[in-house]
Design a protein around this ligand. Sequence first.
Ligand SMILES: Cc1ncc(COP(=O)(O)O)c(C=O)c1O
Length: 290
Amino acid sequence: MATIPFDDRDGKIWYDGKLVEWRDANIHLLSHSLHYGSAVFEGTRMYDGKVFKLKEHVERLIKSAQILGYELPYSCDEIMEATLKEFEANNLTEGYVRHVAWRGADEMGLGARNTKIHLAIAAWDWPSYFTEEEKMKGISLSTADWKRPDPATAPCHAKAAGLYMICTISKHKAMDKGYADALMIDFQGYIAECTAANLFFVMNGELHTPDPYCFLDGITRQTVIELAERRGYKVVVRKIKPEEIVNAQEVFVTGTAAEITPVSKIDDHTFTTGEVTKALMKDYAMEIRK
Ligand SMILES: Cc1ncc(COP(=O)(O)O)c(C=O)c1O
């Protein structure tokens, strides 16, 4: 399926406080974040004219920047208001929005205290992260070679650009083998998550999900835990070993972009989309449009 390049679209992007033409939303090539991975970002969705968990996402953006050592030059309320303006400027009542903050080109080198902090917000129509076909039949995952790093070696609770380097390498490798995404193991050998989504395993009617001690505790993940508990499912957050995958009857991933997407295969193990996954997909679809 041909997609329109992201730098050649009609529309407006909120950029440092102004709405600019989509094609003019550029950065200088000597921007610190391009060289040293110091950008932070968010992905959020609007449903029926309302952005789901907007405050939580903006708060995480601010927190991610603080973890990387900088303050955004806008408050949470200002960023929330700018987000709504961005949707309005593009006549969208449904869609995905990407917030990105980065250090500019005012200084070159790792010491970057005097770089200007920029913020841009871009919204577009993006129905599903995985293709509709992949979503219906469940996605396939291939275990990655790269490991999620020790929290002592990377700021793993920030949604920071630099952390996605191993995700792209892993996703490409999985796709080259015919899989939709990679399943990532952490530095201690436990199951972590996918490249941009969290994981849940249904084991004998209970939901088991990896302890997010070294990766992003997704906002969708937290919502799904609440929905599951509301339904009376037991949710167990723990360290899960790859050998335990065979004990799961159902597997699914969660994320703002992926929403709840069933998993049909991990390496050579196959799964069906069962009743628990279907029930939570239904609950999630209702929750986001409440
Ligand atoms: C690495 C990673 N893990 C998990 C998630 C899921 O997070 P959320 O549900 O907050 O979108 C994302 C997406 O933002 C991600 O990039």
